[in-house]
Write a protein that binds this ligand. Structure first.
Ligand code: TRP
Length: 371
């Protein structure tokens, strides 16, 4: 069986370096490597609305931002189908059928949803102890089911995402197994594809906090200009104990080194810091003492700029053709609809609810009433 790749992002803001090392870079590498049957990348506006119901304008504005970010990292609409979730109505029908296969208790165990509910303060009416108080919107509570439909409509085999999405993938696999057992073997169990370097699975923010996140204000965005990137890198969290250059420094928990782990390649040393042959040499020197933060930050900045400059250039070109970008999304959405309609038809066949195509059913009922 062929390989079908699918992934997506919520349009609630511009994409940042965490998205880049966690998934975008992987997608472009997959695209360049080829060898897959189809690759779908989509903008999850329906999912974004599950906790932004009162703010549809935010979602509406960010659809194009995410599309521009996709195109600017190098996703090629000739090789990848890019679409908008809400433009594929079949996903809702699938979600409805899937929701009959999932219990409330199962949804309540989803660790990602639990954390998100706590972060958003939805739990309040149920009290501190109860993540799922009555204040949680039903659509938000059930979004893992809708996410299973996102993955299943194209029978995705491979889903490149960050590790926070593992519970969603597990939920999807359970739904697939349940559907296939009850109705017949229609759907495919997907596998998660995590970045090979563990540091890329959860890139910390520039302040050293566990995750780069818009709400924490600790992001470097793909669309940031060079001055912004420089400012953010130069004020990055390092080792608070490393006061003088001569002091021994800590590399663990030091953002500059975490980012270098995520971004630096062996070729970067001859190009940007020929005094050192590898990141290990730099780390050893920093640990011994005698290597200042500013030098390390300048190297990191050179590496980041090397990656970001072509992204920025591509973005500038696409920004000049916004109607063309919407056209790409429209074509992609049409293609996704066709694929989803086919899978939905197969699902309904298996469920035996394609009544009008079911000559045997019609004949059987006619016979029953005209015996
Ligand atoms: N939940 C993902 C996120 O928050 C977005 C998403 C929605 C997704 N549906 C998906 C990712 C299906 C992969 C596959 O980023």
């Amino acid at each position: 069986m062929g390989k079908i790749i699918l992934t997506g992002d919520r349009p609630t803001g511009r994409l940042h370096l965490g998205h880049y090392v966690g998934s975008l870079r992987e997608r472009v590498a997959l695209q360049e490597k080829g060898g897959y049957d189809e690759m779908f990348v989509f903008i999850a506006d329906v999912q974004a609305l599950t906790d932004n119901a009162a703010n549809p304008e935010k979602v509406r504005q960010n659809v194009i931002e995410v599309a521009l970010d996709y195109l600017s990292v190098g996703l090629d609409p000739e090789k990848v189908t890019i679409f908008i979730q809400s433009m594929v109505p079949q996903l809702h029908e699938m979600t409805q059928f899937f929701s009959n296969l999932v219990t409330v208790a199962r949804l309540q165990r989803n660790p990602t949803v639990k954390t998100e509910i706590r972060m958003r303060g939805f739990g309040e009416e149920g009290g501190e102890q109860q993540a799922f108080g009555s204040g949680v919107p039903v659509g938000f509570f059930t979004y893992p089911i809708s996410q299973a439909a996102d993955i299943c409509f194209c029978k995705a085999t491979t889903v490149p995402v960050g590790e926070d999405q593992e519970p969603m993938l597990e939920q999807c696999r359970e739904i697939v197994r349940s559907f296939n057992t009850i109705y017949g073997p229609v759907l495919v169990e997907p596998e998660i594809l995590l970045p090979s370097k563990s540091v890329c699975r959860r890139l910390p923010g520039t302040d050293g906090k566990a995750k780069m996140s818009k709400s924490l204000g600790n992001c470097i965005y793909l669309a940031d200009d060079p001055a912004e990137v420089k400012k953010k890198v130069m004020s990055m969290f390092t080792d608070p104990g490393h006061l003088k250059v001569e002091d021994p420094g800590k590399v663990e928990g030091n953002c500059v080194f975490t980012y270098l782990d995520a971004f630096a390649e062996p070729e970067d040393f001859p190009r940007f810091w020929p005094e050192y042959g590898s990141l290990d040499e730099v780390k050893d020197h920093y640990r011994r003492g005698g290597l200042g933060d500013v030098k390390c930050k300048k190297f990191l900045l050179a590496v980041l700029e090397d990656r970001l400059a072509p992204i920025r250039e591509r973005r500038a070109r696409w920004e000049k053709d916004i109607p063309g970008v919407y056209e790409i999304l429209r074509k992609g959405s049409e293609k996704a609809c066709a694929v989803a309609a086919k899978t939905l038809h197969e699902m309904k066949d298996a469920m035996k609810i394609n009544y009008f195509d079911d000559a045997a059913l019609i004949a059987e009922q006619a016979e029953k009433y005209n015996r």
